[in-house]
Design a protein around this ligand. Structure first.
Ligand SMILES: *[C@@H]1O[C@H](CO)[C@@H](O)[C@H](O)[C@H]1NC(C)=O
Ligand SMILES: *[C@@H]1O[C@H](CO)[C@@H](O)[C@H](O)[C@H]1NC(C)=O
Length: 252
């Protein structure tokens, strides 16, 4: 009984202290620096503007926080994730709506399967932007980054096509150039092959009529050059594939 009462009193005292700090009605400008901008000891998104010893509180725009490295700038606030808030972690409630969690900042696309697009929010107005081809938005540093660094689970999941999955390897031409869209033989049909678009996304493609896929050259070739394809078999069925399923000849 005694214990729980003490605990209640201590909790109440703690809450009172936190509330007092939260309201922090005043700030004493340092005696040796009566003019300047100073971090609030509690709120990261508030600072104190001291002019001749008189302190005025200034709240940063939602999504930004006081960065002591910017005290010489007219607006010393920067995006929260760029500011070191250690020891003054409190932040005002988010005021943004929709994709803008806070009214200002950089945010991932709302669809977790869309990894190459992101938003910048300015005063709660989002602008959709796209990363350069091959890059993913990294929600930690809020920049476009290599997919391996951005670690976007949903987009990293390998898709498979008829049981074929692109591997993690890089492929090179005999002259040593990286192959952007490497191709792989189809297990049953010499006229078809798989292509890994961007090295990651599998698609089915096929050779032009009369040609078969040569696993030695990773290219379409005449049947005589491809011993594993029966040269006596003439009933190959050639189909049309979407142009973006990539022509192995484009792998230069
Ligand atoms: C952040 O600020 C704290 C307290 O001032 C300091 O100890 C720490 O080294 C800083 N961290 C970085 C990454 O600058
Ligand atoms: C193709 O046909 C020729 C002549 O009938 C035969 O000698 C050869 O073994 C056949 N090749 C294959 C791979 O079946």
């Amino acid at each position: 009984m005694w214990c729980s009462q003490t605990l209640v009193v201590l909790l109440a005292a703690g809450a009172a202290v936190a509330q007092e700090a939260a309201q922090a009605p005043e700030f004493i400008c340092p005696e040796n620096e009566i003019t300047g901008k100073f971090a609030d000891p509690y709120w990261c998104d508030r600072y104190w503007d001291c002019f001749k010893g008189e302190a005025t509180p200034v709240d940063c725009d939602d999504g930004t926080a006081f960065d002591p490295r910017r005290i010489t700038q007219a607006n010393p606030c920067d995006y929260i994730y760029k500011v070191n808030c250690t020891g003054r972690e409190a932040l005002g409630d988010p005021l943004g709506t929709g994709v803008c969690e806070r009214m200002n900042g950089v945010y991932a696309h709302e669809d977790p399967n869309v990894c190459d697009k992101y938003y910048t929010c300015e005063n709660n107005k989002p602008t959709l932007l796209a990363c350069a081809p091959g890059l993913h938005f990294n929600p930690v540093n809020r920049l476009c980054d290599w997919p391996t660094a951005a670690k976007r689970g949903a987009c990293d999941a390998r898709t498979s096509l008829d049981g074929f999955t692109c591997d993690d390897k890089e492929y090179f031409t005999p002259s040593g150039q990286k192959i952007a869209h490497p191709t792989f033989p189809h297990p049953e049909d010499c006229t078809k092959f798989y292509v890994c678009k961007g090295g990651r996304v599998p698609a089915l493609s096929g050779c032009d009529e009369g040609l078969v896929y040569n696993t030695q050259t990773s290219n379409c070739d005449v049947i005589e050059n491809v011993p594993e394809c029966d040269p006596n078999y003439t009933d190959y069925v050639y189909e049309d594939y979407p142009a973006d399923a990539a022509d192995p000849a484009a792998n230069v």
